[in-house]
Ligand binder design. Sequence first.
Ligand SMILES: [Zn+2]
Length: 80
Amino acid sequence: MEKICVICEEEIKADPDGWDGGHNAAPVAKGKCCGECNVTVVSVARMKQLGYSQKDAVATISEHERQLKNQAFLREWRRK
Ligand SMILES: [Zn+2]
């Protein structure tokens, strides 16, 4: 079954870490969202709920995202 993101309405594709089950879109929306929206919209909203400023939230999430991509890259590389 095709999974559709409740935020951008695109198909939910696998994340860099291989997870393709989507993400809980709360508190932004009800249902599942894609990895892209999870990072750019949902995570930022959650961190703002925790009291982070928009700027700090985005900076922290960008760093996390960068690490995830590095991990995915390393896994690919080790497979070769
Ligand atoms: Zn999305």
